[in-house]
Write a protein that binds this ligand. Sequence first.
Ligand SMILES: Nc1ncnc2c1ncn2[C@@H]1O[C@H](COP(=O)(O)OP(=O)(O)OP(=O)(O)O)[C@@H](O)[C@H]1O
Ligand SMILES: [Mg+2]
Length: 380
Amino acid sequence: MCMASLTLTNVKKVYDNQVTAVHDFNLEIADKEFIVLVGPSGCGKSTTLRMIAGLEDISSGELKIGDRVVNNVEPKDRDIAMVFQSYALYPHMTVYENMAFALKLRKVPKEEIDRRVKEAAEILDITQYLQRKPKALSGGQRQRVAIGRAIVREPQVFLMDEPLSNLDAKLRNQMRAEIIKLRQRIDTTFIYVTHDQTEAMTLGDRIVIMKDGYIQQVGTPQEVFDHPINTFVAGFIGTPQMNFFNAKLEKSGDTYHAICGGASIQLPQQVQEKLKANGAVSQDIVLGIRPEHIVFVSDDQKANTLTGTVDVSEMMGSEIYIHVEGNMGGANTSNIVMRVPTSDLPTEFHGGVPHGTKLRFEFPGHLVHLFDSETERNLI
Ligand SMILES: Nc1ncnc2c1ncn2[C@@H]1O[C@H](COP(=O)(O)OP(=O)(O)OP(=O)(O)O)[C@@H](O)[C@H]1O
Ligand SMILES: [Mg+2]
């Protein structure tokens, strides 16, 4: 029994034009794990995937599948199937023939092909389209066929490069749920590329966040959300994006405070201990807080709160995104985004909070993120 774990060690890709698309990529992927590579356009996601598939040479470093080094193994001998963004179906073949094609080439017996195609069609709910040509299918149905074509090969490793990005938002959400189901039904290692952080968060056992050819952070969705390693990851994961402010970390005696917009924010014991262990000193920081973590304060007299004026609000249905011009101390104003469950607001605000509304709020100490203002790395 082959184990489809993968190990990438110091993997690097330099293209012929001297562009280094991937620097020193190190990752161990467990058998049957669902890994998502995510990051902005050009960060090296597809290049990494194509090296795993064998469609691009590895410039240096080592790729293992199970215990076998496969740097020089032909793509067809890697026991990998890849689904691309463009489905690339054969237009003159029926859905059945499209799905059977790769197996025919491999001289798989007819009955076996039939069994696999019908089983895959069942999983993907496309049985009723098996005799149609691709042009008589919707985008979502075509994408299912493309996935079906990969499933029938029963690969050890399933690679997907932005398979949903050609679909409209509604279909994409639907197909995302389908991929979760698919994953439950076929026991394979998945490596999935996307630039959509929602897809990454909902699909991945672990997420690999990349930027400029470098891995920034690897972790479970919860880990990267709760403990982003730097401001890039913090801003990339979560919608709307985390708010960032120039602030100060102040150490007085043995106690640390964050000073942001004139408010002194008490930091919890755990954070105090970590700062102390890391030898943190009074310094400039970037303070981050997610839009859903800002808390409204009704008591006008409460100390260490901040105030602001509503600019616009976006009614999203069950939630409202409120854009606030905040008075962040002195002459500094700052655009702050807050995300509030509609049901938490008085009924008169359910259609949106009017421009000019005054708000008082605070940043709870256990929910703020503290980053070094120079290195942009998390201080905790
Ligand atoms: N064949 C190639 N020759 C030269 N440079 C390339 C080639 N393919 C990609 N690159 C460059 O390598 C870098 C990484 O590209 P890659 O396609 O891996 O990015 P990506 O993360 O998949 O981006 P996207 O989200 O836009 O698909 C980019 O700077 C790109 O211009
Ligand atoms: Mg790409």
